[in-house]
Ligand binder design. Structure first.
Ligand SMILES: NC(=O)c1ccc[n+]([C@@H]2O[C@H](COP(=O)([O-])OP(=O)(O)OC[C@H]3O[C@@H](n4cnc5c(N)ncnc54)[C@H](OP(=O)(O)O)[C@@H]3O)[C@@H](O)[C@H]2O)c1
Length: 273
């Protein structure tokens, strides 16, 4: 990956939500030029929005592999072997291949690509589309610390970008990739609670969204752990502790932990397929 960043050719195989979120972030970094980005997908369904970013589009995965040095694989996990089979003859040690596919291991990626190619697993989440994602990456033996620094720099506009050992990636998938949906379920339930208590549904949904946003921003920006913030909301003998008691009786804490565990296990299972 030895070239001026403004010259770096970036490819995306797969043009769905994750590819778009990552591509938009890369371009916001200001380091990558849109006309150096190429994207492939079998249909035209998702391609116009990449063209609107200034990227080139194609129906050929091999064309994207040949045209790029930093290559993102953003197809569903079961399609990874197929697309790597197609592009592998065109991938060289000058490429870095970054997969966002849930569960697909570094060992599998390395096995399906030529020897010595640098591979990285990257697990983003949906809020990357609003530059508020939580991304974790793990690199294979062919990708050095320079690749990690480069990706952290290029992906910074997508949100929080951290690196760790591969063993954390499936857990991050469960906790944060899938965790976003757990939070949406909580938001639905919070709004339903408001409706049950007489607030109109549309207003209850707006209040639930703002409640989650405010709580999330405080968690991120106030430097206090969740347990401390929670205690600050609880007036002794007041409303909140009564509500929390109902949640604890309902087993919410254990249910959330089990949800992360189940999603993590599913990521591991996808990786074994
Ligand atoms: N969604 C999330 O929250 C999330 C979070 C973290 C990681 N991920 C991972 O990100 C990956 C992509 O997920 P997504 O949500 O972005 O999926 P998606 O929106 O369904 O997009 C999948 C893309 O793959 C394309 N595709 C299908 N077959 C292909 C082929 N043979 N060659 C090239 N492209 C092909 C599709 O083409 P068309 O446009 O023609 O349909 C589509 O553009 C998955 O592996 C998932 O595990 C997702």
């Amino acid at each position: 990956m030895e070239c001026e960043l403004s010259q770096l050719k970036v490819g995306f195989v797969g043009a769905g939500n994750m590819a778009y979120a990552v591509a938009e972030g890369l371009l916001k970094s200001g380091d990558i030029s849109a006309d150096n980005v190429t994207v492939s997908a079998p249909s035209d369904r998702n391609l116009p929005r990449f063209q609107a970013l200034g990227a080139r589009v194609s129906h050929s995965n091999t064309e994207v592999a040949c045209a790029s040095r930093l290559l993102f694989i953003a197809v569903k996990p079961h399609l990874v072997p197929t697309v790597l089979g197609q592009i592998s003859p065109h991938v060289t040690r000058q490429h870095v291949v970054v997969s966002v596919a849930a569960g697909v291991t570094l060992a599998t990626l390395e096995e399906l690509l030529p020897d010595g190619v640098g591979v990285v697993r990257l697990m983003p989440n949906l809020p990357c589309v609003l530059q508020e994602g939580a991304l974790l990456l793990a690199r294979g033996s062919g990708a050095g610390p320079g690749v990690e620094s480069l990706l952290k720099r290029l992906l910074a506009p997508c949100g929080l970008v951290e690196a760790g050992p591969e063993g954390w990636i499936d857990a991050h998938t469960g906790m944060s990739g899938s965790g976003v949906a757990f939070v949406y379920l909580f938001a639905e339930a919070l709004a339903d609670g408001g409706v049950k208590m007489g607030i109109p549904a549309a207003l209850a949904q707006r209040i639930a969204a703002q409640t989650l946003l405010g709580a999330g921003l405080m968690l991120r920006d106030c430097g206090k752990p969740a347990s401390v913030l929670r205690a600050e909301v609880c007036t002794p003998g007041g409303t909140t502790i009564h509500g929390l008691h109902a949640l604890e009786k309902g087993g919410v804490r254990a249910a959330v932990m089990s949800a992360v565990e189940a999603a993590t296990e599913r990521a591991r299972e996808l990786g074994r397929k």
